[in-house]
Design a protein around this ligand. Structure first.
Ligand SMILES: *[C@@H]1O[C@H](CO)[C@@H](O)[C@H](O)[C@H]1NC(C)=O
Ligand SMILES: *[C@@H]1O[C@H](CO)[C@@H](O)[C@H](O)[C@H]1NC(C)=O
Ligand SMILES: *[C@@H]1O[C@H](CO)[C@@H](O)[C@H](O)[C@H]1NC(C)=O
Length: 345
Protein backbone atom coordinates (compact mmCIF):
# COMPACT_ATOMS: atom_id res chain seq x y z
CA UNK A 1 0.00 0.00 0.00
CA UNK A 2 1.03 3.58 -0.37
CA UNK A 3 2.06 5.11 2.87
CA UNK A 4 1.66 8.78 2.37
CA UNK A 5 -0.22 11.67 3.81
CA UNK A 6 -3.12 12.27 4.21
CA UNK A 7 -3.74 8.62 5.03
CA UNK A 8 -4.71 8.08 8.66
CA UNK A 9 -1.76 7.50 10.98
CA UNK A 10 -0.59 3.91 11.17
CA UNK A 11 1.39 2.69 14.10
CA UNK A 12 3.42 -0.35 14.86
CA UNK A 13 4.29 -0.21 18.51
CA UNK A 14 5.57 -3.74 18.74
CA UNK A 15 8.10 -4.19 21.48
CA UNK A 16 9.06 -7.54 20.03
CA UNK A 17 10.13 -5.83 16.83
CA UNK A 18 11.98 -3.26 18.85
CA UNK A 19 13.93 -5.88 20.76
CA UNK A 20 14.77 -7.51 17.48
CA UNK A 21 16.26 -4.24 16.28
CA UNK A 22 18.09 -3.67 19.55
CA UNK A 23 19.73 -7.05 19.35
CA UNK A 24 20.86 -6.18 15.86
CA UNK A 25 22.17 -2.94 17.37
CA UNK A 26 20.11 -1.00 14.93
CA UNK A 27 16.84 0.38 16.17
CA UNK A 28 15.57 1.44 12.84
CA UNK A 29 14.31 0.11 9.59
CA UNK A 30 15.30 -0.10 5.97
CA UNK A 31 14.25 -2.84 3.55
CA UNK A 32 17.59 -4.68 3.76
CA UNK A 33 17.78 -7.70 1.48
CA UNK A 34 18.66 -10.12 4.28
CA UNK A 35 15.70 -9.10 6.41
CA UNK A 36 12.26 -10.63 5.99
CA UNK A 37 9.65 -7.96 5.53
CA UNK A 38 6.13 -8.75 6.58
CA UNK A 39 4.09 -6.53 4.28
CA UNK A 40 1.04 -6.70 6.53
CA UNK A 41 3.21 -5.02 9.19
CA UNK A 42 3.09 -1.97 6.96
CA UNK A 43 -0.66 -1.87 7.26
CA UNK A 44 -0.93 -2.60 10.95
CA UNK A 45 -2.98 -0.04 12.78
CA UNK A 46 -2.78 0.98 16.40
CA UNK A 47 -3.05 4.06 18.51
CA UNK A 48 0.12 4.43 20.55
CA UNK A 49 2.76 6.95 19.74
CA UNK A 50 5.82 5.15 18.45
CA UNK A 51 8.49 7.16 16.64
CA UNK A 52 11.17 4.98 18.12
CA UNK A 53 10.26 6.03 21.64
CA UNK A 54 11.57 3.69 24.27
CA UNK A 55 12.80 3.59 27.80
CA UNK A 56 15.28 0.98 26.59
CA UNK A 57 17.34 3.36 24.52
CA UNK A 58 20.32 4.42 26.58
CA UNK A 59 21.99 7.05 24.51
CA UNK A 60 25.02 8.27 26.44
CA UNK A 61 27.68 10.91 26.16
CA UNK A 62 31.19 9.44 26.24
CA UNK A 63 33.06 12.73 26.85
CA UNK A 64 34.51 13.18 23.36
CA UNK A 65 34.17 16.35 21.27
CA UNK A 66 31.09 17.39 19.30
CA UNK A 67 31.08 20.03 16.58
CA UNK A 68 30.30 23.23 18.44
CA UNK A 69 31.98 25.66 16.06
CA UNK A 70 30.78 26.46 12.55
CA UNK A 71 30.62 23.32 10.45
CA UNK A 72 31.93 23.31 6.88
CA UNK A 73 31.13 20.40 4.57
CA UNK A 74 33.72 19.76 1.85
CA UNK A 75 32.49 17.50 -0.95
CA UNK A 76 34.35 15.04 -3.14
CA UNK A 77 32.27 14.07 -6.18
CA UNK A 78 33.58 10.62 -7.16
CA UNK A 79 32.48 9.22 -10.53
CA UNK A 80 29.74 10.61 -12.74
CA UNK A 81 27.89 13.59 -11.31
CA UNK A 82 25.60 15.59 -13.63
CA UNK A 83 25.37 19.19 -12.42
CA UNK A 84 21.59 18.85 -11.97
CA UNK A 85 22.24 16.16 -9.35
CA UNK A 86 24.98 18.15 -7.60
CA UNK A 87 22.64 21.09 -7.32
CA UNK A 88 20.04 19.13 -5.31
CA UNK A 89 22.68 18.07 -2.78
CA UNK A 90 24.28 21.53 -2.51
CA UNK A 91 20.89 23.10 -1.91
CA UNK A 92 20.11 20.58 0.82
CA UNK A 93 23.35 21.38 2.66
CA UNK A 94 22.80 25.11 2.21
CA UNK A 95 19.29 24.70 3.62
CA UNK A 96 20.48 23.37 6.98
CA UNK A 97 21.24 26.83 8.31
CA UNK A 98 19.30 28.97 5.89
CA UNK A 99 18.38 32.11 7.76
CA UNK A 100 16.78 34.13 5.06
CA UNK A 101 13.16 33.28 5.68
CA UNK A 102 12.09 34.30 2.25
CA UNK A 103 14.51 31.80 0.73
CA UNK A 104 13.53 28.67 2.47
CA UNK A 105 11.58 28.98 5.62
CA UNK A 106 8.38 27.54 4.49
CA UNK A 107 7.46 25.27 7.34
CA UNK A 108 8.42 22.63 8.12
CA UNK A 109 12.01 23.47 7.16
CA UNK A 110 15.39 21.77 6.98
CA UNK A 111 16.77 24.32 9.47
CA UNK A 112 14.07 23.26 11.95
CA UNK A 113 15.12 19.67 11.39
CA UNK A 114 18.67 20.60 12.45
CA UNK A 115 17.36 21.94 15.76
CA UNK A 116 17.13 18.40 17.13
CA UNK A 117 20.84 17.95 16.38
CA UNK A 118 21.62 21.23 18.16
CA UNK A 119 20.27 19.75 21.42
CA UNK A 120 23.50 17.79 21.86
CA UNK A 121 26.27 19.33 23.91
CA UNK A 122 29.88 18.64 24.92
CA UNK A 123 31.49 18.53 28.38
CA UNK A 124 31.41 22.30 28.65
CA UNK A 125 27.70 22.44 27.85
CA UNK A 126 28.24 23.99 24.41
CA UNK A 127 25.65 22.95 21.86
CA UNK A 128 26.33 21.69 18.38
CA UNK A 129 26.65 24.61 15.98
CA UNK A 130 23.61 25.92 14.17
CA UNK A 131 25.82 26.87 11.23
CA UNK A 132 26.50 24.28 8.56
CA UNK A 133 27.84 25.53 5.28
CA UNK A 134 29.06 24.16 2.03
CA UNK A 135 32.84 24.34 1.75
CA UNK A 136 35.08 23.51 -1.18
CA UNK A 137 34.36 20.84 -3.75
CA UNK A 138 36.64 18.45 -5.62
CA UNK A 139 35.76 16.40 -8.67
CA UNK A 140 37.21 12.89 -8.99
CA UNK A 141 35.40 12.19 -12.22
CA UNK A 142 37.93 9.70 -13.57
CA UNK A 143 37.84 7.41 -10.54
CA UNK A 144 41.38 7.87 -9.16
CA UNK A 145 41.00 4.74 -7.02
CA UNK A 146 38.84 2.64 -9.33
CA UNK A 147 35.19 1.77 -9.73
CA UNK A 148 35.08 -0.22 -6.50
CA UNK A 149 36.09 1.35 -3.21
CA UNK A 150 36.78 -0.24 0.17
CA UNK A 151 36.59 1.46 3.53
CA UNK A 152 40.33 1.96 3.41
CA UNK A 153 40.56 3.11 -0.19
CA UNK A 154 37.95 5.76 0.61
CA UNK A 155 40.59 7.31 2.86
CA UNK A 156 43.04 7.29 -0.04
CA UNK A 157 40.49 9.16 -2.16
CA UNK A 158 40.30 11.80 0.58
CA UNK A 159 44.07 11.98 0.72
CA UNK A 160 44.22 12.52 -3.04
CA UNK A 161 41.68 15.33 -2.71
CA UNK A 162 43.58 17.21 0.00
CA UNK A 163 46.97 16.74 -1.69
CA UNK A 164 45.89 17.40 -5.30
CA UNK A 165 48.24 19.65 -7.32
CA UNK A 166 45.37 21.78 -8.52
CA UNK A 167 42.71 23.11 -6.18
CA UNK A 168 43.20 20.69 -3.28
CA UNK A 169 40.51 20.58 -0.63
CA UNK A 170 41.59 22.54 2.45
CA UNK A 171 42.66 20.59 5.53
CA UNK A 172 40.30 21.94 8.14
CA UNK A 173 40.58 20.20 11.47
CA UNK A 174 38.20 22.58 13.21
CA UNK A 175 34.62 22.11 12.03
CA UNK A 176 35.61 20.59 8.68
CA UNK A 177 33.71 17.54 7.42
CA UNK A 178 34.57 15.59 4.30
CA UNK A 179 31.74 14.09 2.33
CA UNK A 180 32.67 11.55 -0.33
CA UNK A 181 29.73 11.11 -2.68
CA UNK A 182 29.93 8.28 -5.20
CA UNK A 183 27.96 8.38 -8.45
CA UNK A 184 25.65 5.62 -9.60
CA UNK A 185 28.49 3.91 -11.51
CA UNK A 186 30.58 3.25 -8.38
CA UNK A 187 30.43 0.36 -5.92
CA UNK A 188 31.58 0.69 -2.31
CA UNK A 189 32.25 -2.17 0.11
CA UNK A 190 28.97 -3.39 1.72
CA UNK A 191 26.88 -0.90 -0.30
CA UNK A 192 23.30 -2.22 -0.51
CA UNK A 193 24.08 -5.19 1.78
CA UNK A 194 24.44 -3.40 5.09
CA UNK A 195 24.96 0.25 4.35
CA UNK A 196 23.82 3.18 2.23
CA UNK A 197 26.44 5.43 3.82
CA UNK A 198 28.70 5.57 6.85
CA UNK A 199 30.95 7.96 8.73
CA UNK A 200 34.25 7.65 10.51
CA UNK A 201 37.50 9.65 10.77
CA UNK A 202 40.63 9.39 8.65
CA UNK A 203 43.80 7.74 9.92
CA UNK A 204 46.94 9.90 10.10
CA UNK A 205 48.92 6.96 8.65
CA UNK A 206 46.88 7.09 5.44
CA UNK A 207 45.70 10.69 5.13
CA UNK A 208 48.16 12.55 7.37
CA UNK A 209 45.39 13.97 9.57
CA UNK A 210 42.43 12.89 11.66
CA UNK A 211 39.46 14.29 9.76
CA UNK A 212 35.81 13.29 10.24
CA UNK A 213 34.36 12.06 6.96
CA UNK A 214 31.34 10.29 5.54
CA UNK A 215 30.60 8.34 2.43
CA UNK A 216 27.16 8.24 0.77
CA UNK A 217 26.45 6.52 -2.55
CA UNK A 218 23.91 7.09 -5.29
CA UNK A 219 21.99 3.81 -5.32
CA UNK A 220 19.96 4.53 -8.49
CA UNK A 221 21.44 1.59 -10.43
CA UNK A 222 22.49 -0.78 -7.66
CA UNK A 223 19.70 -0.83 -5.07
CA UNK A 224 17.23 2.07 -5.14
CA UNK A 225 14.62 -0.14 -3.39
CA UNK A 226 16.91 -0.27 -0.37
CA UNK A 227 18.85 2.99 -0.22
CA UNK A 228 16.26 5.21 -1.92
CA UNK A 229 13.24 3.67 -0.19
CA UNK A 230 10.37 4.78 -0.23
CA UNK A 231 11.02 6.38 -3.65
CA UNK A 232 11.69 2.86 -4.90
CA UNK A 233 10.66 -0.49 -3.44
CA UNK A 234 12.55 -3.80 -3.61
CA UNK A 235 11.05 -6.76 -5.49
CA UNK A 236 10.61 -8.74 -2.30
CA UNK A 237 8.01 -6.28 -1.07
CA UNK A 238 5.15 -7.03 -3.47
CA UNK A 239 2.14 -4.79 -3.12
CA UNK A 240 4.08 -1.79 -1.81
CA UNK A 241 4.02 1.15 -4.21
CA UNK A 242 6.90 3.62 -4.31
CA UNK A 243 6.13 7.28 -3.62
CA UNK A 244 7.12 10.06 -6.03
CA UNK A 245 10.45 11.72 -5.23
CA UNK A 246 10.40 15.51 -4.75
CA UNK A 247 13.27 16.43 -7.10
CA UNK A 248 12.77 13.90 -9.87
CA UNK A 249 15.95 11.96 -9.06
CA UNK A 250 15.17 8.77 -7.17
CA UNK A 251 18.81 7.98 -6.36
CA UNK A 252 19.75 11.51 -5.29
CA UNK A 253 16.50 12.20 -3.44
CA UNK A 254 17.18 8.99 -1.52
CA UNK A 255 20.73 10.11 -0.78
CA UNK A 256 19.50 13.31 0.85
CA UNK A 257 18.17 11.51 3.90
CA UNK A 258 21.38 9.47 4.17
CA UNK A 259 23.48 12.65 3.89
CA UNK A 260 21.37 14.26 6.63
CA UNK A 261 21.84 11.12 8.73
CA UNK A 262 25.62 11.17 8.36
CA UNK A 263 26.05 14.92 8.93
CA UNK A 264 23.92 14.70 12.11
CA UNK A 265 26.08 11.85 13.39
CA UNK A 266 29.34 13.51 12.38
CA UNK A 267 28.30 16.59 14.34
CA UNK A 268 27.36 14.63 17.47
CA UNK A 269 29.99 11.89 17.30
CA UNK A 270 32.81 13.07 15.01
CA UNK A 271 35.54 10.92 16.55
CA UNK A 272 33.14 8.14 17.60
CA UNK A 273 33.68 8.89 21.29
CA UNK A 274 30.83 11.29 22.05
CA UNK A 275 27.09 10.55 21.66
CA UNK A 276 26.04 6.94 21.04
CA UNK A 277 24.07 4.07 22.53
CA UNK A 278 25.22 0.51 23.00
CA UNK A 279 28.28 -0.81 24.77
CA UNK A 280 30.49 -1.36 21.78
CA UNK A 281 32.26 1.74 20.41
CA UNK A 282 33.26 -0.18 17.26
CA UNK A 283 29.55 -0.60 16.53
CA UNK A 284 27.88 2.46 17.99
CA UNK A 285 24.18 3.21 17.60
CA UNK A 286 24.02 6.94 17.01
CA UNK A 287 21.46 9.73 17.00
CA UNK A 288 20.31 9.10 13.42
CA UNK A 289 20.58 5.28 13.52
CA UNK A 290 17.89 5.29 16.18
CA UNK A 291 15.42 6.93 13.80
CA UNK A 292 16.31 5.52 10.40
CA UNK A 293 13.18 5.02 8.31
CA UNK A 294 11.10 7.42 10.41
CA UNK A 295 9.93 10.49 8.47
CA UNK A 296 6.86 11.59 10.35
CA UNK A 297 4.37 11.21 13.15
CA UNK A 298 3.54 7.60 13.98
CA UNK A 299 6.63 6.25 12.20
CA UNK A 300 8.37 3.17 13.50
CA UNK A 301 9.02 -0.41 12.56
CA UNK A 302 8.56 -0.49 8.81
CA UNK A 303 6.06 2.38 8.73
CA UNK A 304 7.58 5.70 7.59
CA UNK A 305 5.13 7.87 9.51
CA UNK A 306 3.08 10.75 8.11
CA UNK A 307 4.76 12.43 5.18
CA UNK A 308 3.43 15.28 3.04
CA UNK A 309 2.07 15.12 -0.45
CA UNK A 310 2.19 18.02 -2.90
CA UNK A 311 -0.12 18.90 -5.77
CA UNK A 312 2.41 17.35 -8.19
CA UNK A 313 2.22 14.05 -6.31
CA UNK A 314 5.68 14.36 -4.74
CA UNK A 315 6.20 13.03 -1.23
CA UNK A 316 8.43 14.97 1.16
CA UNK A 317 8.53 16.11 4.78
CA UNK A 318 10.39 19.44 4.78
CA UNK A 319 11.21 22.51 2.74
CA UNK A 320 14.67 23.74 1.90
CA UNK A 321 15.97 26.47 -0.36
CA UNK A 322 13.81 26.31 -3.49
CA UNK A 323 13.19 22.58 -2.97
CA UNK A 324 11.41 19.94 -0.96
CA UNK A 325 13.23 17.07 0.71
CA UNK A 326 12.44 13.84 2.53
CA UNK A 327 14.78 13.51 5.52
CA UNK A 328 14.62 11.04 8.39
CA UNK A 329 14.01 12.24 11.93
CA UNK A 330 16.68 12.44 14.65
CA UNK A 331 16.74 11.04 18.17
CA UNK A 332 15.87 13.76 20.67
CA UNK A 333 17.62 13.12 23.99
CA UNK A 334 15.47 15.62 25.85
CA UNK A 335 12.15 13.86 25.20
CA UNK A 336 13.56 10.39 24.43
CA UNK A 337 12.02 9.78 21.07
CA UNK A 338 12.64 10.70 17.45
CA UNK A 339 11.56 14.20 16.48
CA UNK A 340 11.29 16.15 13.27
CA UNK A 341 9.93 19.48 12.05
CA UNK A 342 6.80 17.98 10.48
CA UNK A 343 5.52 16.42 13.70
CA UNK A 344 1.76 16.69 13.93
CA UNK A 345 1.58 16.81 17.71
C1 LIG B 1 2.69 -10.84 9.34
O1 LIG B 1 2.22 -9.99 10.36
C2 LIG B 1 0.85 -10.23 10.72
C3 LIG B 1 0.40 -9.14 11.69
O2 LIG B 1 1.47 -8.65 12.43
C4 LIG B 1 0.72 -11.66 11.26
O3 LIG B 1 -0.63 -11.92 11.60
C5 LIG B 1 1.18 -12.63 10.20
O4 LIG B 1 1.15 -13.95 10.72
C6 LIG B 1 2.61 -12.31 9.73
N1 LIG B 1 2.95 -13.15 8.60
C7 LIG B 1 4.14 -13.77 8.53
C8 LIG B 1 4.38 -14.56 7.29
O5 LIG B 1 4.99 -13.69 9.42
C1 LIG C 1 30.07 31.32 12.12
O1 LIG C 1 28.90 31.48 11.33
C2 LIG C 1 28.16 32.66 11.66
C3 LIG C 1 26.87 32.62 10.85
O2 LIG C 1 27.10 32.31 9.52
C4 LIG C 1 29.01 33.90 11.36
O3 LIG C 1 28.30 35.05 11.68
C5 LIG C 1 30.28 33.80 12.17
O4 LIG C 1 31.15 34.89 11.84
C6 LIG C 1 31.01 32.49 11.92
N1 LIG C 1 32.13 32.38 12.85
C7 LIG C 1 33.34 32.05 12.45
C8 LIG C 1 34.38 31.95 13.53
O5 LIG C 1 33.62 31.82 11.28
C1 LIG D 1 21.42 23.20 24.00
O1 LIG D 1 21.26 21.92 24.60
C2 LIG D 1 20.42 21.91 25.72
C3 LIG D 1 20.49 20.50 26.29
O2 LIG D 1 20.03 19.56 25.37
C4 LIG D 1 19.02 22.33 25.33
O3 LIG D 1 18.19 22.36 26.44
C5 LIG D 1 19.07 23.69 24.65
O4 LIG D 1 17.80 24.03 24.16
C6 LIG D 1 20.07 23.66 23.51
N1 LIG D 1 20.20 24.97 22.89
C7 LIG D 1 19.97 25.15 21.58
C8 LIG D 1 20.20 26.53 21.07
O5 LIG D 1 19.58 24.26 20.87
Amino acid sequence: MQRRSPAPPLHKPTLLLFFFFLTRLSAAWRPWPNQKTNVSDLQFTGSKKYEGSSEFVKLRYHMGPVLTSNITVHIIWYGTWPSSQKKIIREFINSISATNHRQSEKYPSVSDWWKTVQLYTDQTGSNISRTVRLGEEKNDRFLSHGKTLTRLSIQSVIKSAITAKTKPLPVQSKGGLYLLLTGEDVYVQDFCQNVCGFHYFTFPAIVGFTLPYAWVGNSAKLCPGICAYPFAVPEYMPGVTPVKSPNGEVGVDGMISVIGHEIAELASNPLVNAWYAGGDPSFPVEIADLCEGIYGTGGGGSYTGQMMNDADGATYNMHGIRRRFLVQWIWNNVVNYCTGPNALD
